[in-house]
Write a protein of this length. Structure first.
Length: 95
């Protein structure tokens, strides 16, 4: 996944948003869920978040990628719906 495909920002996401995204995945491990919150909500580095729950770094990075993939798909869905209903973001139009 390239940097351009990231929809989530470390330390800048709400707990509610992360919970919703997790609910759209097959992530069930409480340790993974807590580590994801520590990374995306609290801003912990990926490795630190994984280590805090005794998770394998490589496996946790796969979990992060799967959450990112769902977030990217959801963002694309929102763009399609906005276009369908004629919504134009002030950010996109420069207004």
């Amino acid at each position: 996944m390239s940097e351009l495909q990231k929809a989530l920002i470390q330390g800048m996401e709400s707990a509610e948003k992360i919970d919703i995204l997790i609910g759209l995945t097959d992530i069930t491990s409480e340790d993974n869920k807590i580590a994801l919150h520590r990374h995306y909500v609290n801003g912990w580095p990926i490795t630190t978040a994984a280590e805090s729950r005794s998770l394998d770094d490589a496996n946790f990075r796969k979990t992060v990628k799967s959450l990112e993939a769902v977030a990217v798909k959801l963002e694309r869905y929102k763009e399609i719906e906005w276009a369908r209903w004629g919504y134009k973001s002030p950010c996109a139009t420069g207004e």
